[in-house]
Ligand binder design. Structure first.
Ligand SMILES: Nc1ncnc2c1ncn2[C@@H]1O[C@H](COP(=O)(O)OP(=O)(O)O)[C@@H](O)[C@H]1O
Ligand SMILES: [Mg+2]
Length: 301
């Protein structure tokens, strides 16, 4: 009997559209590999729906991004249903989604992180809460949603009260100039370092997803010692949060220090996404990558 995999995608987070593309690519690849696949566009009735599936799924491939799918909620539900799933468990997912909490743990593990303050959004509207340049970001979003860079010469406040839907508190973080780097971690191994370049000012939502919005250099053109350090820090960060399966670390390198920005516990899985690209770089096809993920599913112990 072919193993039955439910592929969770969509949902209702800000990253719904990206998740649908990831999910469709994954479902297609799993089918091609011989799994029995049920794609599910997740709604709030997901729990009931999962118990009605026949045959009962042997595994869940979680292709959700953002709130509920990436923050531990779906992971908790799957723990209760006792259906093993791809990627990190409840706690690691929740920690990674909460940027201040994750940075605390990274720092405790000896990983350099950019200095930040948590302030009320009104304070940011009223004036600079730290010397420019700095970055304003929501405490728990993804895909650069809500991330605003405030440079020396900018004369407008980063946002007005009315157009900030991401909560009362925001993170204001020291801007790290230099290179944008990302590393996929699979199991406990870092795969490769990709440098991302964009002519859009920074790696915003459109640079991430629009055709030609950014270029990926893999392997990143770095000195060997720096390359190795980026790989080491990424694997260490995965471990520090207790991540499982595949995750992706986002970093910046200012020519002196490698700073970890965050860990994505549900990284994009479209054919052109960064993780599949690094897998290909180390000789793993998209089908081999998603099969490995399904063969390494777990519930929290
Ligand atoms: N401190 C920083 N210095 C420079 N650029 C940053 C900084 N923080 C975020 N950015 C830019 O914004 C992007 C998104 O920020 P990130 O913290 O990774 O949040 P998200 O969860 O939205 O991906 C980064 O990939 C980077 O290009
Ligand atoms: Mg990021």
């Amino acid at each position: 009997m072919n193993r039955h995999v439910a592929v969770l995608m969509g949902g209702w987070s800000a990253e719904r559209e990206v998740s649908l593309v990831s999910g469709a690519a994954v479902a297609k690849a799993l089918k091609k590999t011989g799994y029995r696949v049920t794609p599910i566009d997740v709604q709030r009735d997901m729990g009931a729906l999962m118990t009605r599936l026949y045959p009962r799924p042997d595994a869940v491939f979680n292709a959700l991004h953002g709130r509920y799918g990436e923050d531990g909620c779906v992971q908790g539900l799957l723990n209760i249903l006792d259906i093993p799933y791809t990627h990190s468990g409840l706690l690691a997912s929740a920690l990674a989604m909460d940027k201040p909490m994750a940075k605390c743990l990274f720092a405790a593990a000896g990983i350099p992180v950019a200095e930040h303050k948590i302030v009320r959004r009104d304070d940011v509207v009223q004036g600079d809460v730290m010397a420019r340049p700095y970055v304003v970001k929501p405490l728990n979003e993804g895909s650069s949603v809500g991330v605003t860079i405030v440079l020396e010469g900018d004369d407008t406040p980063p946002f007005t009260d009315a157009n900030w839907p991401f909560g009362e508190e925001v993170m204001v973080e020291r801007f790290v100039p230099g290179k944008e780097l990302t590393v996929a971690v699979m199991g406990d191994k870092a795969l490769a370092v990709t440098e991302i370049t964009t002519d859009r000012g920074f790696y915003d939502y459109d640079a991430k997803y629009a055709e030609g919005g950014s270029a990926h250099l893999v392997p990143a053109p770095l000195e060997t010692a720096v390359y190795d350090e980026v790989m080491r820090l990424s694997a260490l960060a995965h471990e520090a949060l207790g991540c499982r399966g595949v995750s992706r670390a986002d970093l910046r390198y200012d020519g002196e220090t490698v700073y970890l920005l965050e860990i994505n516990t549900q990284p994009g899985m479209t054919h052109t996404s960064l993780v599949p690209e690094q897998a290909a770089h180390v000789g793993l096809s998209f089908e081999e990558l998603v099969s490995w993920m399904v063969e390494n599913v777990e519930c929290d112990p």
